[in-house]
Design a protein around this ligand. Sequence first.
Ligand code: CTP
Length: 403
Amino acid sequence: MRVALGVGGGIAAYKAAEVARLLVQRGVQVRVIMTSSAQEFVRPLTFAALTGQKVITSLFPEGGAEGTLSSAVEHIGVALENDLLLVAPATADLMAKFAHGLADDFLSTMYLAFPGPTVLAPAMNTGMWQHPATQANLATLRGRGITIVDPESGFLACGMVGPGRLAEPESIVDAVLRKLSVRRDLEGETVLITAGPTQEPIDPVRYISNRSSGKMGYALAEAAVARGAKVVLVSGPVSLNPPVGALLVPVRTAAEMRDAVFQHLAEATIIIKAAAVADFQVVRVAEQKIKKTAARVSLELDPTPDILLELGRRKEDRLLIGFAAETQNLKSEARRKLEAKGADMIVGNLVGEGAGFEADENEVVLVMRTGEVREVPRASKRKVADAIFDEALTLRLALYASG
Ligand code: CTP
């Protein structure tokens, strides 16, 4: 999820830093846009450090005429790539601009170009808030379906007491997540996820592995964090940024993955084995690099521990979800693995030419222990991850509600 956070110029601008921090903590990517007066109160560096992204501070690129066209129309790009526009604090001036469609800086221009939901958290002096002009602008904005997180009453920086103080950062973040219809339905759960490939060493420089990118497992971790779960992500070697808010446990081999999984089993309530675990490991790993010879060589391989199978035996009432990456017979293979491994759900996906491992999108079939089968149409891995959690929670009710 991506949120554009517009920061207006008011004392409350410092509280926007906390809003940014909380959003990032919930797995949201935040792009901050500061008005020039906001920059009088807080430095852009604060937001850049909290969000890990460049802060937008002006409509026109530095250097005037030398700026490129692409940077001059950046507001359109930022408008389109975000799921929601949040403005906190929304000053009287910004609300007036939005209500009347003025566009003389990046934020007001982006407001006009933005097609998605907008949330405003106003903050200003009580007199300004109660002024008929501000109230009329507010009515106009509400009439357009914009969500207003009302200011609270209290002591204001100007010495007055009354409405106008920015709502608490937690309330603003809740309003944003509600608007993005993020369910907090995994609160209290600990989700243990494995992701990526494993690497089974042959010698100090070579290994056996597979093409798994880890993207599906990382998308699951992101979705679980956003929905309120504590997440333990046991990951083979991948080149992805770890999702903020998840505990990352890096591993290399199937044996290491097994140990990490069983170390965290006790606390887990939902386990998802998205990792593409190597099926074989080399019997005798060479201590030195194996030298080239003219003769044929062969590697002796042993099966790796089947982690899912062992989990199936030891899971008790935890919900256990496995994956089946297949090149053919998807549903029947998924069903076979569900029964053989004692899982509650198998997520089947086709891999091979143009599908699966490295892609950003996925299309899966969910085979359940209840006998039900659900097809999840092609969508981003993040959307597929949410569909998996939706089904998992329904499945758990069906399996364990009576107990
Ligand atoms: N898995 C595992 N440990 C292994 C191999 C697989 O935990 N040593 C898990 C994977 O994480 C996945 C599921 O088992 O959730 C199915 O993996 P897959 O490779 O599709 O199945 P295999 O059991 O290896 O069967 P096959 O190779 O015959 O398709």
